[in-house]
Design a protein around this ligand. Structure first.
Ligand SMILES: O=C(O)[C@@H](CO)OP(=O)(O)O
Length: 247
């Protein structure tokens, strides 16, 4: 049996403003910092002690990992970071207000862009102020791999190599793993873990800052579908709030 903990970063400055964020590298809000610290205390209270942390290359996930692990007394943990755990690239929607986008394009299109499995938003132009082309952290990424937009399916495709090559070996070695990432990169991982269908995944939302624990069997399949939030009541309300963004 292996233990895997998934943690979405705390509220970011752009979550608070209701903007599509994607690969734009915004920081946590003060509330998000507190959520991250609380996430660490939840780990401590539940007796979950990760041996290794995996994060994306994005500041909000790295800050969350540091704050959560700091409050759990685990700031020393070995860490591995990868762009493959980044948030879904939101294409030309990056920097746009969610409520205004919904008003301008209608509920159907808004839902498709936000939660459908295989409809990406229009690509972002390389000279857009919210493009990541030229960002030094992606300098080693081959040009043809650098996304200009992504749907959830694209995220599954770029995340799974990291799951199989980097995370599974840690779990197989008996390590408890914590993955600190993003709403949509974690939706992609949960879809894979729980075998959620392409239609059904539209209804799944991940709250900020609340650890989600999975016990995995010998085949690295969840013992209990959906895992277990370490604060189920808070998770319920927060999931609802994510689902209702843009309304
Ligand atoms: O803007 C984003 O990058 C994501 C996560 O914050 O938003 P959504 O939940 O709308 O996919």
């Amino acid at each position: 049996m292996a233990t895997l903990v998934l943690l979405r970063h705390g509220e970011s400055e752009w979550n608070a403003k209701g903007l599509f964020t994607g690969w734009v590298d915004v920081s946590l809000s003060a509330k998000g910092e507190e959520e991250a610290r609380r996430g660490g205390r939840l780990l401590l209270d539940a007796g979950v002690r990760p041996d290794v942390v995996h994060t994306s290359l994005m500041t909000r996930a790295i800050q969350t990992a540091n704050l959560a692990l700091g409050s759990a007394g685990l700031l020393w943990l070995p860490v591995e970071r990868s762009w493959r755990l980044n948030e879904r690239h939101y294409g030309a929607l990056q920097g746009k207000d969610k409520a205004q986008t919904r008003e301008e394009f209608g509920d159907e299109q808004f839902k498709l862009w936000r939660r459908s499995y295989d409809t990406p938003p229009p690509p972002i132009a390389d000279d857009d102020e919210f493009s990541q082309v030229g960002d030094p952290r992606y300098a080693l990424l081959p040009a043809e791999v650098m996304p200009r937009t992504e749907c959830l399916k694209d995220v599954v495709d770029r995340l799974l190599p990291y799951w199989y090559d980097r995370i599974l070996p840690d779990l197989a070695a008996g390590r408890t793993v914590i993955v600190v990432a993003h709403g949509n990169s974690l939706r992609a991982l949960v879809k894979h873990l729980d075998g959620i269908g392409d239609e059904e995944i539209a209804g799944l939302n991940i709250p900020t800052g609340i650890p989600l624990r999975y016990e995995l069997d010998a085949d690295f399949r969840p013992v209990r579908a959906g895992g277990e939030y370490l604060d189920p009541e808070a998770a319920k309300a927060a999931i609802e709030a994510v689902a209702n963004q843009g309304r």
